[in-house]
Design a protein around this ligand. Structure first.
Ligand code: ADP
Ligand code: MG
Length: 257
């Protein structure tokens, strides 16, 4: 049994007050082991991105805690928070959210390297290496986001996320905006990067058929709660919760196991 990298304890996130209050997360607890992929599935509005933001300490939860590598990081501030941030990264559904159109690809990929304290020459080298890792030519470094297709831009966003060698990456619907043919290539890339680096993933999607191929375990979220957890196989073939059964029934037959 490998070590727990991330442990979420009773995470609750409420927005607003009084009759307008929304409970986006309701006592969510989960563990992710080092080197594994946890697939987080749920329909739009179920709280997946809110959980991602809380886990990455981008928003303080209403209650509950987050442990990373054996340390409670929930209340980190200042220097300790900045140090923690180097160990985790986020890939958005839309690569344009992490790539500034005015910046060269090199500058975008180098940004987390600057934050991680890499010197100029090491940054250069690492940017080229990262581009190669995601299957892009090194001359992409001097070009701009608009010169690339959606799939290539997502590869750049992945290169940027992986550049400073994070231990944990949250992928929030990373292929949802891509053409189906390109989706499979990006999923294969993510699997290969994990094999090469041992990085741990939280892979968020509203599409069970996507995670089932690359997640070691799958958690199902509904209305701010985790309603089911198991291997992809268990969740796909023997769902226990009626909500998961509904998710499966709404999937194209093609994808069902
Ligand atoms: P998902 O990523 O699964 O689509 P979200 O985490 O984005 O779901 O949203 C979960 C719920 O929390 C939704 O009802 C959404 O409207 C609400 N929510 C998310 N962020 C905020 C916010 N900053 N302020 C108020 N409500 C929010
Ligand atoms: Mg979302």
């Amino acid at each position: 049994m490998s070590e727990i990298l991330l442990r979420v304890n009773g995470l609750t996130q409420r927005f607003g007050h009084g009759e307008h209050a929304v409970t986006a997360l309701d006592h969510v607890s989960l563990d992710i082991r080092r080197g594994e992929t946890l697939g987080l599935v749920g329909e739009s509005g179920s709280g997946k991105s809110t959980l991602a933001r809380a886990i990455l300490l981008l928003r303080r939860p209403t209650s509950g805690s987050i442990e990373f590598d054996g340390t409670d990081v929930t209340g980190l501030r200042g220097r300790a928070l900045r140090q923690h941030r180097r160990r985790v990264q986020l890939v958005f559904q839309d690569p344009n959210d992490s790539l500034d159109p005015r910046f060269t690809i090199e500058r975008s990929i180098a940004e987390p390297l600057v934050a991680a304290g890499y010197g100029r020459a090491d940054r250069r080298r690492r940017v080229i290496e990262s581009l190669e890792q995601v299957g892009l030519p090194s001359d992409a470094a001097v070009r701009y986001p608009h010169e690339f297709s959606g799939g290539q831009r997502q590869r750049v966003a992945i290169a940027r996320a992986m550049a400073a060698k994070p231990e944990f990456v949250v992928l929030d619907e990373p292929t949802s905006a891509l053409d189906v043919s390109v989706q499979a290539q990006v999923l294969n890339l993510l699997v290969r990067l994990q094999e090469e680096t041992g990085v741990t993933y939280l892979f968020i999607t509203h599409n069970l058929s996507v995670v089932h191929h690359l997640a070691h375990r799958v958690a199902v979220m509904h209305d701010g709660r985790l309603v089911e957890e198991g291997t992809g196989e268990q969740v796909m073939t023997a769902p226990e919760h009626p909500y998961t059964q509904g998710l499966l029934e709404s999937m194209p037959v093609l994808y069902r196991t």
